[in-house]
Ligand binder design. Sequence first.
Ligand SMILES: Cc1cc2nc3c(=O)[nH]c(=O)nc-3n(C[C@H](O)[C@H](O)[C@H](O)COP(=O)(O)OP(=O)(O)OC[C@H]3O[C@@H](n4cnc5c(N)ncnc54)[C@H](O)[C@@H]3O)c2cc1C
Length: 438
Amino acid sequence: MPSGPAAFLALFFFRAFLTWCDVRSRLEQGVMGGQVSSVDGVHVVVVGGGFGGIAAAQQLKSRGLDFTLIDMRDAFHHNVAALRASVQPGAAVYTCFAQRTFIPYKETFGERFVQGQVQRIDTDRQTVVLEGGREIQYSHLILCTGTDGAFPGKFNTVASYQTAVQVYEDFVKQVQAANSVLVVGGGSTGVEMAAEIKTEYPNKKVVLIHSQIGLANPELLPSVRQQAKEVLLEKGVELLLVSLCLCGRVGVTELLCVSGQKVSNLSELQLNVTQKNQEVTTERGDTLSTDLIICCTGLKVNSAAYTPAASGRATESRVPLTGCLADDGALKVNDHLQVEGFSNIFAVGDCANVSEPKMAYHAGLHAVVAVSNIANSLSGKELTSYHTGNVTMLLAMGHDDGVGQFNGLKLPRCLVALGKSRGLLLWKSWREMEQKQP
Ligand SMILES: Cc1cc2nc3c(=O)[nH]c(=O)nc-3n(C[C@H](O)[C@H](O)[C@H](O)COP(=O)(O)OP(=O)(O)OC[C@H]3O[C@@H](n4cnc5c(N)ncnc54)[C@H](O)[C@@H]3O)c2cc1C
């Protein structure tokens, strides 16, 4: 690993490169529009203050468009760093790592931020209805409700950010108390989780179990996925992966079948709490004993605000966005990111049914397109289209290593470590929120 001035220079150029590419991709999409001064009757409501929501709100702010940002929590969660916050104790490096992963909305958006859970969207009356009955009218709506998933990758509870920080600090103690940890699910989150634990606590036994062929996101280059596996093995993570086994024979031809490694008694196990020697069984019949089980599977689109069952209204006709939902609850959008059938409603980020990996990076790009299209529609200009580019994805393998690809090209591990793994891009979110990182 380069260190000292070499590391600084490499990091500087990598950041400059990322910034340049970001600006370039916006230019290519023709969306570096100028300021639109506040327009009478225009009020944009942004639902969800994740990566997509804060990017949309900042775009609206810089264009001088009137807006309200709504989130059920009081702080933005930079969940890209949530796994580090689960293993790094407070006394290390900074006073508390978890604290750096939550950024309060009020400081950035003031009265333009409203805390509340959106329960219903009334497209006829152009209002969003919050829990408790408060209604907020919109001329344009940007839905950025994202996804929820298992803790610690996601923090799903509605709680103050001080409580959220405490939850992560308490979880660090659970990890510290365990001699062995089982990480369930070898997608990108599981891979990063296993690497974080083994990097911070090299003496703990860490096992990663995965039911699919190949680790990490399937959209990554096979060589990057292979490299992720190699880094885990180098760090000493034990892998329980899919294997091929003989399941029959026709004449001289052997029939091979894929034998998955999946925990079969997950629902009976207590997750995220250290209990010595919990018995875990796999669908293949193996058993293993571990002190702590962390689940890294199952992201689910937050569609509660626009699905009838969750919004407590039995009839679909009263929930007009129901017809726009894909099977996984994501909102179907056209190339302009307008929700099918609505010219003034946009979906951005994980809740948009765009065929690409669900990533913060993409949520930010979507936000630029959605806000540009609101401005374009107001000034009578042609709408901008969103085009998925080649996959850019960086996996932090602990603070000292990383794998990934940029625009479809595999990156050297040291560059990913410097560009992402070391600081987990926290600086980017604090800069976007115009606040000083503690
Ligand atoms: C552990 C982990 C690491 C990751 N690392 C990376 C990475 O390195 N790079 C990358 O590009 N991507 C990464 N991702 C993916 C990235 O986190 C998501 O793609 C990103 O968060 C999507 O942003 P979003 O704005 O669409 O939604 P979210 O970030 O999920 O935010 C949605 C927001 O909406 C709010 N909300 C939901 N429903 C309502 C409602 N009804 N009323 C009010 N508010 C509501 C929620 O409170 C939340 O704040 C990672 C994901 C995980 C889990």
